[in-house]
Structures are given as C-alpha cells and as structure tokens.
Design a protein around this ligand. Sequence first.
Ligand SMILES: [Zn+2]
Length: 171
Amino acid sequence: MYAEIFHKEGFVVFEAENGVDGLDGATKNTPDVIFTGIVMPTMDGFTMMEALKKNVMTSNIPVVISSHLGREEDQQRARDLGAKAFFIRGFYTPYEIVEKVRAIFELPEYKIKFAINELDVAKMARDLRINMDFKCPKCEGDMVLAMKLVDAKNQEFSAKLVCAGCGSGRG
Ligand SMILES: [Zn+2]
C-alpha cells in the first residue's frame, strides 16, 4: 500500500520483502530515505538499521519507521539507532506520512520579499519583464523569491520567483 502511495506522490520506490532484502537494496540503490517496519521476516527493522549504520554507503540514509507497535521501548530504541521519525500505524493517514517523509529530506525554503528601490530589483523586473509592483497577475499577491537552501555551509541557494498568495510561478 505505501509503495503505491509513495510512487503516486512522485517518489521512485524500491520495495523489499524483508530486512535482508532491504539492506541489499539500500546498498545497491542508496535511496534518499528508507521506510521500514519493525517486525519483518528474516531480519527485523532494528537489526537492519544497525547493519545500515555499519556500512559507509548507507550509514547516512535517513530511516523512517512505521510500526503497529507503539511501545515506548521500541520508540526509544528507534531514537537510539538514529531513526528520523517513528509513525505508529493508525495515527496518521498514509498521505500525512508521505508529507512528513518528504519534509525530512527536502531542503528548507525561504520566501523573500523585494523592495523595488533596493539594488538590482528594478533591473531584475525589467530583465524578466515582470511588472514593477511585483504583483501576481492571477491573484494580485506579492511575487517573492522562493529560496531553497542548497548548501548550508557555503550559504548557497537556488531561487525562483513565485507568488506568495497563490503559489503561481510567473509574475
Ligand atoms: Zn498569485
């Protein structure tokens, strides 16, 4: 079920039958995130996490646990092993879980508003043929610069003009 939902939501999904299979797949595919249960045949989720930690290829891949076991000792063990999140089945809809998983490895984004008389803002508006008041043609909201943090250490961003009101991409 989750494989189908993650796939629908734009993730490339590799499925695994059990912990051993999952470990093998993680090493081969080095995914952005691993979504696992605890109770699985052959190798359980915790044993798999321990093995992932020992391999430099997989040690930094964020692991998210979804389990029907909500026991505090399981949640504690998941934290100790560095799990990024622990979802007790039934507490969130699958779509809420997908959104939370997405948020784990999506880069933070900041919306920055312009002042037209500052530095190159007017020049940029001319160059991009945007109206000088930076209003969205669809909803009259403010066009802002949505900046995604690419590299926190070097303070590098990628940026795109978007409407703060309707999210439209063209000013
Ligand atoms: Zn708009």
